[in-house]
Design a protein around this ligand. Structure first.
Ligand code: PLP
Length: 422
């Protein structure tokens, strides 16, 4: 029977049993961590060959990659990622090691100079607001907040942001200059933006003429099953709808090769790329082309990236399966939690009984299990229902994922029982 339906005496007995289970859990003296979505050492080992590349220093067009220049990045690497991101090489920039840096650059340039469709820089407005599908990526929200952009939560459904809500808001509020979006295997829910949702976002009328979607396709090729879902071709949809500059796309190899030493990409209309490079030219004389050539040699082509990602999948899918197994076995019958079962990406989003997420994280911490702080997936860290917890199972070995998840399940049940007892 679901916990909320138990008679008081049964609930009291259940709570006592959970207190005993929690005492046992604490006595184990665990030290486990399910916080940040990092690749495991075994995943990093898949790219070890990069450390002895490149074999030479000359790019396909004769460029000596050791020298300055080539602001847009090596054409052969841009071609590989253009294919993976569903666009053409001329629309892609290959940059440094972090896509977050490119998102920051894009926002700063928009605030200071505006975007191709801007009547004036965003920064001259009193208020600049961004829609934030929730639950979402904490660093997106913190980055925009730090630049003075107001964060406005909007619901994220299984097929992407709730377009009815979004379209209504952007239609008559010119202060809404843009929105965050992780289209494929969103952080943390794993939702995938459908073609219909993408079309609506690309074509909806917006009060701000320069409304911008920051389309962060961080997990474009990070499938957990053998169904390799393609991301909607948002740049083409936006161009068809007469809004060619509406979307700026981002990606990186952070979770493909080395998280600290990969290559990041920005893509968009020709005007978007030209404006970005014009700004970039003031603070860079060119990217790390040695690293870019190393990646070209390592992958060979887009199929090389896909084949490499299947090796990642084989390493991490068992960890995600373990999360599902334990949540299913321990929580389903009690009717107090729901969670996502992503087909890709790095996270599982767990919704516990309303009002108990902070308590679950606190209980887990006291038992030696580090979880991402409750509320992290919401603007300003405020989950209005205090129910969402982001789980990141890729880094620890499978046995640790098992131990951590068993512990999390105990904490979820204890917090729910406490709360229901009032
Ligand atoms: N975008 C999303 C959605 C992420 O989840 C992450 C890392 O967790 C990043 C971007 C970070 O990307 P990068 O390492 O390229 O800065």
């Amino acid at each position: 029977m679901a916990l909320p339906d138990l008679a008081p005496a049964d609930l009291a007995a259940f709570a006592d049993a959970q207190r005993a289970a929690y005492a046992e859990l604490k006595a184990k003296g665990l030290q486990l961590d399910l916080t940040r979505g990092k690749p495991s050492p075994e995943q990093l080992d898949l790219s070890e060959a990069l450390l002895s590349l490149p074999s030479g220093h000359v790019a396909a067009d004769g460029t000596d990659v050791r020298n300055y220049g080539g602001l847009a990045g090596l054409p052969e690497l841009r071609a590989i990622f253009a294919e993976l991101l569903g666009t053409s090489p001329a629309n892609v920039v290959a940059a440094g090691n972090s896509s977050l840096t490119l998102m920051h650059d894009t926002l700063v340039q928009s605030l200071l100079y505006g975007r191709p469709d801007s009547p004036e820089p965003w920064g001259v407005e009193d208020v600049v607001r961004f829609l934030c599908p929730v639950p979402g990526y904490d660093r997106h929200f913190a980055l925009a907040d730090r630049l003075g952009i107001e964060l406005v939560p909007v619901p994220l459904n299984d097929e992407g942001p709730d377009t009815e809500v979004v379209a209504a808001m952007v239609a008559d509020d010119p202060t809404i200059k843009g929105m965050w979006l992780v289209p494929t295997y969103a952080n943390p829910t794993g939702s995938v933006c459908s073609e219909d949702v993408a079309r609506t976002l690309a074509s909806m009328p917006t009060a701000a003429p320069d409304f911008t979607i920051l389309w962060d396709n961080a997990y474009a090729v990070h499938h957990l099953t053998d169904v390799e879902t393609a991301t909607p071709d948002i740049l083409a949809l936006a161009a068809e709808a007469g809004n060619p500059h509406r979307v700026v796309m981002f990606a990186s190899t952070s979770k493909i090769t080395f998280a600290g030493a990969g290559v990041a990409f920005l893509a968009g209309s020709e005007a978007t790329v030209a404006a970005y490079l014009e700004g970039l030219g003031f603070y860079s004389i060119g990217p790390d082309k040695v690293n870019q050539l190393r990646h070209v040699e390592f992958f060979g082509d887009a199929e090389g990236v896909r084949a490499h990602m299947r090796k990642h999948r084989d390493l991490i899918a068992p960890k995600f399966a373990e999360v599902q197994r334990i949540l299913g076995e321990r929580l389903t019958e009690h009717g107090i939690a729901e969670w996502t079962d992503p087909a890709g990406g790095y996270f599982v989003s767990l919704d516990v009984l309303d009002g108990t997420a902070r308590r679950v994280v606190e209980l887990a911490k006291e038992a030696g299990i580090a979880l991402t702080p409750a509320g992290s997936s919401f603007p300003y860290g405020e989950d209005p229902r205090d129910r969402n917890i982001r789980l990141a199972p890729t880094l620890p070995p499978v046995a640790e994922v098992t131990a951590a998840m068993e512990g999390v399940a105990t904490c979820v049940l204890l917090a729910a029982a406490e709360s229901l007892q009032g």
